[in-house]
Design a protein around this ligand. Structure first.
Ligand code: NAD
Length: 371
């Protein structure tokens, strides 16, 4: 892609800054995309992926960083959206040198972008990055970090499910209805455990049979085949695995009242979100209901408190309710109501910043005692 093409891509998405990081001797190629810092320094994960070429990496980082702006805005965070991608195969390219080199590039941005673990990265990689820059979240507890975000993501998802139950059934009794959980990984298992605490009937599937067996043995779930998860008849379908799971094929099979789960990018296209709306299926927009994890890591920049993170995750119930209210008021699908709420918060903050002397965006204290 030409430089003009990059600018056009940035214009189309409304991106502020794209930074290419290249060190041929170390073998690092990375791109940082800062989408919007109206609400504060950009926060979003770094993923390693074997992209076919630089254009594919750019398109992905532009898309992901924009998504983080919306997610952080709806989560009520003082952070804008950003994301980083490292071009490479996680199975062979995750070396200390590459990670530290990436950390140095991040450091040169002076905190305009704060990173976290994403697909293809591990806690060890984040430790290496932290050796070179303080602008890292989601590190281990012994570093003053917040550790595994999954319990907070699951807690927030459960809070969002309560809002869905109220919307659809007029009650918030988790145990009254049944759930079909797709994916018994980190978040899925945490969520299953909470659903079973309420004695809910839970169907579970996973491509990994051991994970299904653990859900059966430890929590008393009902195992189903991967494909059968759409046909259980459970009132709530809970995607906790893949993106794109709501698509024309699955829509023709789903018989649920509610779709509410932690997986990112659940709608293959927004038209599928429109179709959920048309069918009267209550959909909790993914980036709103799964924000417990980013809420948790965001607190590291201010001095981490698990208690505060739990309280923030509970607030997702109100966020999801507010989305439903707006969707009803404007007779629009919930995915669109979520986008509009996020855009409204950013627009209001932009007005506030332009009309009153305030702390400049990007001004945040450098975390001390870490690294
Ligand atoms: P994970 O990798 O631990 O779990 C995903 C599980 O899904 C795995 O057990 C995997 O075997 C299973 N899976 C994959 N394909 C499947 C299929 N076709 N059918 C059934 N199961 C399948 O990941 P995670 O951390 O639990 O995250 C789950 C989802 O939630 C992802 O989409 C992730 O992006 C999203 N998410 C996670 C967090 C978090 O805090 N971990 C935060 C926000 C969003």
């Amino acid at each position: 892609m030409t430089a003009t093409g990059v600018f056009e891509g940035m214009d189309a998405g409304g991106h502020e800054q794209v930074v290419y990081c290249n060190n041929p001797r170390i073998g690092l190629r990375a791109i940082v995309a800062i989408h919007d810092t109206t609400l504060g320094p950009a926060l979003g994960g770094v993923r390693m992926w074997p992209y076919d070429d630089g254009d594919a990496a750019l398109m992905d980082v532009l898309r992901l960083s924009r998504g983080m702006t919306y997610k952080n805005a709806l989560a009520g965070l003082e952070h804008g959206g950003g994301k980083a991608v490292i071009v490479g195969d996680p199975a062979v390219d995750r070396t200390e040198a590459r990670m530290r080199c990436f950390g140095r590039f991040l450091d040169s941005l002076g905190g305009r972008y704060i990173t976290a673990e994403d697909v293809g990265m591990t806690a060890v990689d984040m430790e290496y990055i932290l050796q070179e820059t303080p602008w890292v979240t989601g590190t281990h507890e012994y570093r003053g970090g917040s550790g595994d975000p999954s319990p907070f993501t699951a807690q927030g998802t459960l809070a969002g499910i309560r809002a869905c139950l109220r919307e659809r059934f007029g009650h918030v009794d988790i145990g009254e209805v049944s759930y079909a959980v797709q994916g018994a990984g980190h978040v899925g298992t945490e969520l299953i455990s909470r659903l079973r605490d309420h004695d809910a009937r839970v169907f579970v599937c996973d491509v990994d049979p051991e994970r299904v067996q653990r859900a059966v043995d430890e929590f008393g779930c009902v195992p189903v085949d991967e494909e059968a998860i759409f046909d259980t008849g459970a009132e709530v379908f809970v995607p906790c695995a893949l993106g794109g799971v709501i698509n024309p094929e699955t829509l023709s099979r789903l018989r649920c009242d509610i779709v509410a789960g932690a997986a990112n990018n659940q709608l293959a296209t927004t038209a599928d979100g429109d179709e959920l709306h048309r069918r009267g299926i209550v959909y909790a927009p993914d980036y709103a209901i799964n924000a417990g994890g980013v809420m948790n890591v965001s607190l590291e920049m201010k001095g981490y408190s698990a208690e505060r993170a739990h309280a923030m995750a509970e607030r997702i119930e109100d966020t999801i309710s507010a989305i439903f209210e707006r969707a009803r008021a404007e007779a629009i699908p919930t995915w669109l109501a979520a986008d509009r709420l996020a855009e409204a918060r950013i627009a209001e903050r932009a007005v506030l910043r332009s009309s009153a002397p305030a702390t400049p965006a990007g001004a945040i204290h450098v975390p001390s005692g870490r690294g």
